[in-house]
Unconditional design. Structure first.
Lengths: 405, 385
């Protein structure tokens, strides 16, 4: 018996029932593959995507300001590379990894490629669809910047700097994304974002903003002060009981009632406000899980060395608690990212799902039933980001050993 | 002793006093924020002459709900109740379907059959990472309005269901719905009692219990007897002109919402089921093999009952998510609670009270469902020593 037939016997035709399942589901699989391939290469009319690629990705962002987007992407790539390299250097300094671990070997490159080939393939597909040189240049420079940052970062990470110097560096470092944000937004005003960029922007903003509130709520719900606990629990349970969609509708028509006219926010700000307060409640529950996973001995040890309650929490409990629930936090980020589509429906924000509906009624594409094509494109975009994040989170989960201890 | 110690500590260093001061400060801040928001709201509302009371519930709704006999002059209250019923309808049907599909896919992911495993994995990984709103749009615009045929050449499933882009018509019963529901409840009770009786018989005599078969038989007997006794009958759908007659007509928006909710939630349930099955100790399956249970028996009697114990809390969470997600039906024109509230706001009901009422209803539904889930969880929980 050859290896192939043995494999077939073992995996597909072990018993009669198995053979039956194989035939039924094999037929289903072949039919699905046939349909998909036919749709992608034969029946699908993808001109609408090529023509509207820009509007799908960045909405109505003015073309004259494209340079701002490119610069922002490159700076953020360098920033991310620096951060990753810096953390690597710190780990090295702390003796958690050896210099062998950071050598760029062929195995590591292969591993990196295996992890990231799907998003890379999608990026290449997008670049090929774009048909001009600008995006290629932008992505190429961004890659170079990220690589340079990654190579320079460890040097900073290994340095031993004074407290004042490192505080200044931290501040500058934190200021970079904020500066980039203003650089992009001053070109168009607050509601000028659109397309897939808006989905990414809304989710990143909300996830960052919800952290302080989420941590406070989690600590409050576990605090020994009954009134504080009551307030936090009530907030968390009320928000978790209400659908996000209704909260968005409420914010869209009614947020203006609750604040003075001078504070009445732009639509995308409203969306961020809702996403932030909504995600904070879920984040609080995740962080509470992390807090519960900290052994009592840790707090007792912190008390024994005479740390104040605030330092016990800040230096001992929270860092471990947050690290223990990183995968769950990424899961929340993914679901927030998917939920940004609701802002398009409830608030008519011009995000990717809304755009993919709207472009089918352009004069040259109207009435041709192209919604399947545009929705497929939108689905691919959402899928590739969520899938990559969830894969990376699974990898992180394995590395941190969460659940296996 | 302690009393003398505390009495020597000055007030501003007394931990007990400080704790209460801190709590009062927190509560004061929260109350201040609420008062500020509420003040702004009443002021802005009175500036624009918008009522803040719930009197609008008695005003005529001024719109009609698809598939419902409620007239336009019916009060908003009745329309909202109809909306709540619609929300519950789609949620219950989708919860049942998603549980069945999710469990099957979850088991499929652990199958020894390569094709089944791959298909289940592709399903989960594809569906979980795409927004529900996108599925919803696709299931209405692509599946129902695109793939389903015109009414003139509708798909006819053995006369039991007629599928076209005008919706789905399925065979249905004639008679009181509440009565039938009671009958089903009675049947379920009979099922449960017969199962317990068979269990006792098996314990006493050692005969094969076959409690599932006996129970299902009792259920069918009770239902059939009731059906005949109370004179229920059924009608089959048929195409008449450009519509269908007979049976029950399921609106395209209901069908699309049901489809999207089921497919989406099933992918999450599948992951939970897979995780729970993997969490059941390996020795349990090996023991089942050792006493020569069949694959089905091994799954049904040994693995699933133990896996369900682990799975109940997260699956309950998915049910809650599904109910809340059903509010998205508003986006495709399904008259659930959200769309009724939204439409009535469009027709002049004040937005803030209307949406607050909507939120309160969802929160109440969530609380009731989570109470049931907790109950189930307590009953299934392993009693250790």
């Amino acid at each position: 018996m050859t290896a192939a037939t043995r494999w077939l016997r073992h995996n597909l035709f072990r018993t009669k029932r198995d053979a039956f399942l194989t035939l039924v589901f094999g037929a289903l699989a072949i039919w699905l593959i046939y349909k998909t391939v036919r749709f992608v290469f034969v029946t699908g009319r993808w001109t609408i995507i090529e023509v509207n690629l820009r509007i799908l990705m960045v909405g109505r962002y003015p073309e004259v300001h494209d340079l701002r987007l490119a610069v922002t992407l490159i700076v953020l790539a360098a920033w991310g590379g620096l951060l990753a390299g810096f953390l690597r250097g710190r780990q090295f300094r702390a003796g958690r990894i050896t210099s062998e671990d950071s050598k760029l070997t062929a195995a590591r490159v292969l591993d990196l490629f295996e992890r990231l080939w799907i998003p890379l393939a999608v990026i290449v597909l997008l670049l090929m669809l774009s048909g001009t040189a600008g995006p290629w240049l932008m992505v190429g420079l961004a890659l170079v910047a990220a690589l340079a940052g990654r190579l320079i970062g460890p040097v900073f990470g290994r340095l031993r700097l004074g407290a004042a110097v490192s505080a200044v560096i931290m501040l500058v470092f934190a200021a970079v994304p904020l500066g980039m944000y203003f650089y992009v937004v001053t070109a168009v005003g607050f509601d000028g974002w659109g397309g897939f960029m808006l989905n990414l922007f809304l989710s990143v903003c909300s996830i960052i903003l919800c952290y302080p509130l989420g941590v406070l709520l989690a600590l409050g719900r576990r605090s020994g002060l009954p009134l504080v606990r009551l307030v936090c629990t009530a907030y968390i349970e009320i928000i978790r009981g209400a659908p996000l969609f209704v909260l968005l509708l409420l914010a869209n028509v009614a947020l203006g009632f609750f604040v003075p006219d001078s504070l009445a926010p732009a639509t995308s700000t409203r969306a961020i406000v809702v996403f932030t307060f909504f995600t904070a409640a879920y984040m609080a529950e995740i962080i509470r899980g992390g807090l519960q996973s900290i052994p009592r001995g840790q707090i007792e040890a912190a008390k024994a060395v005479g740390l104040s309650p605030i330092r016990q929490t800040g230096y001992i409990v929270l860092p471990q608690a947050l690290r223990n629930v990183i995968p769950a936090q990424i899961g929340q980020l993914i679901s927030l990212f998917k939920d940004t589509t609701l802002a398009g429906i409830a608030m008519s924000l011009f995000e990717l799902l809304n755009v993919s509906g709207a472009i089918t009624s352009q004069p040259e594409f109207r009435g041709q039933g192209l919604i399947a094509e545009t929705l497929t494109f939108a689905a691919l975009m959402f899928w590739v980001v969520s899938y990559t994040m969830s894969r990376e989170s699974q990898r992180l989960e394995k590395r941190l050993g969460v659940g296996s201890r | 002793m302690t009393a003398t110690v505390t009495s020597r500590v000055p007030l501003w260093r007394n931990v007990n006093v400080l704790k209460w001061v801190a709590q009062l400060v927190v509560v004061a801040i929260v109350v201040a924020i609420v008062i500020w928001l509420y003040g702004n709201y009443t002021e802005n509302a009175s500036d624009q002459n918008i009522p803040t009371s719930f009197d609008f519930l008695d005003n005529p709704a001024g719109f009609q709900i698809t598939g419902n006999s409620l007239s336009q002059s019916a009060p908003v209250r009745d329309a909202l109740v109809e909306g709540i019923l619609n929300t519950l309808r789609v949620s219950i049907v989708a919860i049942v379907a998603a549980t069945v599909l999710g469990t099957l896919v979850g088991i499929g992911r652990l199958s020894s059959n390569w094709i089944v495993k791959k298909l289940a994995t592709v399903y989960v990984e594809a569906v979980r990472n795409i927004p529900l709103a996108l599925f919803l749009t696709a299931s209405l615009l692509v599946v129902v309005l695109g793939v389903f045929p015109q009414i003139t050449d509708a798909w006819d499933l053995a006369g039991l269901a007629i599928i076209s882009n005008r919706g789905v018509a399925v065979a249905w019963f004639n008679g009181s719905g509440v009565g039938l529901l009671l009958l089903v409840a009675l049947g379920a009770l009979a099922w449960y009692l017969v199962m317990r009786w068979r269990g006792r018989v098996a314990d006493r005599t050692g005969a094969l219990p076959r409690s599932g078969l006996w129970g299902a038989g009792a259920f069918i007997v009770v239902l059939g007897a009731g059906w005949a006794l109370f004179g229920y009958s059924y009608t089959l759908p048929s195409v008449v002109g450009r519509g269908t007659e007979g049976g029950i007509r399921i609106d395209p928006s209901f069908f699309a919402l049901f489809l999207a909710l089921t497919i989406y939630t099933a992918s999450h349930i599948a992951e939970i089921v897979r995780g729970s099955i993997q969490a059941v100790a390996r020795g349990q399956g090996e023991a089942a093999d050792a006493i020569a249970l069949s694959g089905f028996q091994r799954m049904w009697y040994i693995i699933l009952p133990q896996a369900m114990r682990i799975a109940i809390p997260p699956i309950g969470n998915q049910y809650l998510n599904l109910i809340k997600n059903s509010s998205l039906g508003a986006a495709i024109g399904y008259y659930d609670l959200t769309l009724v509230a939204q439409t009535s706001v469009g027709n002049g009901s004040p937005a803030v009270p209307a949406f607050f009422l909507t939120m309160t209803v969802y929160i109440c539904i969530s609380l009731v469902v989570s109470a049931f889930v907790n109950l189930a969880n307590r009953r299934m929980m392993l009693v250790e020593r």
